[in-house]
Design a protein around this ligand. Sequence first.
Ligand SMILES: NC(=O)C1=CN([C@@H]2O[C@H](COP(=O)(O)OP(=O)(O)OC[C@H]3O[C@@H](n4cnc5c(N)ncnc54)[C@H](O)[C@@H]3O)[C@@H](O)[C@H]2O)C=CC1
Ligand SMILES: O=C(O)C(=O)COP(=O)(O)O
Length: 387
Amino acid sequence: MRNIKIIDDITKDGQVTFGDGYAFVDDTAEADAILMRSTDLHGYDLPASIRAIARCGAGVNNIPIDDYAKRGVVVFNSPGANANAVKEIVLCMMVLSSRGVVQSMDWVRQNADDPDILTHAEHVKKAFVGRELKGKRVGVIGLGNVGSKVANACVYLGMDVYGYDPFISVEHAWELSRDVQRVGTLEDLCRGCDYLTLHVPSKADTVGMIGTDQLALLAPGAVLINFARETIVDEDAVDAALHEGRLSWFATDFATPKTVLMPNTFITTHSGAGTEEAEANCADMAISELKDYLENGNIAHSVNYPSCSMGKARAASRIACLHANVPNMIGQITAILAKDNANVQRMVNESAGENAYTMFDTDEHLESSTIDALKRISSMYRVRVIK
Ligand SMILES: NC(=O)C1=CN([C@@H]2O[C@H](COP(=O)(O)OP(=O)(O)OC[C@H]3O[C@@H](n4cnc5c(N)ncnc54)[C@H](O)[C@@H]3O)[C@@H](O)[C@H]2O)C=CC1
Ligand SMILES: O=C(O)C(=O)COP(=O)(O)O
């Protein structure tokens, strides 16, 4: 039996199914793996029993992934599984900030007891006249799963679309409409934008990337949309731009002590991924990643270890070694196996940044002294006997 600790509400109805051979536990120290969403694990006392964590969602700034890698804990996310949900709410924010929808609905509610409301509505409606998205310039920062979908949707809406992503993947470049114009600098992207929408992860080079200088380049009365992370924008700069009218609206998914006090804001409760479909997609992807890792040692969509697959564990034994990406690890591993006279059927070694993963099948079970010797290799973080 493998034990799973669930942190956060994974789905609205609480349904999470791993199938036979799995149990849910309350005590993390009894768990083999964690399934989670946005809880901040920095400072969390992670028990040694945990071998893997799957984040249902994209952003992993709430998880100390480098530290966990060095403890032999593989962290997964579910790339793209909630991207459509975010795309749709971003488009919604573009419309809300352009058409006086909310203000007009507020007026109707406030005048609900007016028997002549139909006539009076005709008189006030000019106060809610807005502008169309068609023909307006939009800048999209980050052209990954969410950003590429937002950019393409904006093309279909007839907008003049510009994108900035120095690290765009080949896959997302292929997905991008040819009408999305790619620019090489953040400044060129911001210049003259009527709408600016952010879709980058929170990391060292993106924290505070939208500040006074970038906002000054936008078209007068531009709209800023932040459904990425609160850290990406300099909140004081946004506040000043709203007060001075340089920004007409700020739509954000992050209710911080500062954003809630700003004028002309649409603020949601970190609800970008809040659809039944996105929750189900993320849970399905995260659960299958965890199961394949726990049962077979295979890694897909990890954010701190390389992808690696040897299919189902069918040989007598399968061993996985999580270690630093340094020279002579394979040499040391095979030397220890040779001492045990173990016959390796198949072996795979993959690396990603500072971390590497070596997995092999053998014809017979290894002696426990052999496993202990593998664990004693310097720079070895964890050795798993999967079978
Ligand atoms: N509000 C919400 O509920 C949600 C928020 N998010 C946030 O949006 C972010 C993006 O999500 P996805 O598109 O799914 O991630 P992704 O990983 O598919 O795309 C991120 C893109 O940002 C690009 N990028 C990285 N550093 C950059 C930089 N300095 N300048 C420009 N581009 C840069 C990457 O090359 C990549 O193409 C997540 O990391 C998360 O923080 C994602 C999903 C839901
Ligand atoms: O996927 C992401 O990065 C998100 O921000 C979604 O967060 P959530 O899973 O809704 O808490």
